[in-house]
Ligand binder design. Structure first.
Ligand code: ZN
Length: 148
């Protein structure tokens, strides 16, 4: 008898696959209100994946998704400005490794060094706005150097 998988009853296999799991957020890092588990259905009106769960601040709406079939957050709680900043630095970063200048793994190591953080903390989902801006600057500048 298998209970359906939910964040309260996650897949043990999926949990074990996540490297460097971040702790479950309980307090919003923006407004300090409580954070609860919500579904895409509740927030967006429909489910966007087969793991439609997220952590949501009921007060300011900051949110973060979960690794599929786990209760492990994909990153740190993000408000709209943080989500936008993360989105905006992703393309310049992808351009760095898609150009063939370095591999994707090398690009993460390079970016971690640029940001002065350990490589296992170098995930866009973990970045705050200032880290996103620094990442974007570094990526644009290395790409510009290469094409100069
Ligand atoms: Zn909040």
């Amino acid at each position: 008898m298998h209970e359906p998988k939910t964040p309260a009853n996650p897949s043990r296999k999926a949990m074990a696959r996540v490297k460097n799991p971040l702790p479950v957020p309980t307090e919003c890092r923006f407004c300090h209100s409580g954070v609860h588990v919500a579904t895409h259905q509740e927030v967006y009106g429909r489910d966007y994946s087969d793991w439609p769960y997220m952590y949501l601040c009921g007060d300011c709406g900051a949110c973060v998704g979960m690794h599929p079939f786990t209760n492990i957050p994909l990153g740190t709680l993000a408000d709209k400005a943080t989500r936008d900043a993360r989105k905006n630095c992703k393309k310049p970063f992808e351009a760095v490794w898609r150009s063939g200048l370095m591999s994707r793994t090398e690009a993460y190591a390079w970016l971690a060094a640029e940001l002065n953080i350990p490589v296992d903390e170098c995930h866009f989902g973990w970045f705050d706005i200032s880290q996103c801006e620094a990442a974007k600057r570094a990526c644009l500048s290395i790409s510009a150097e290469r094409t100069a």
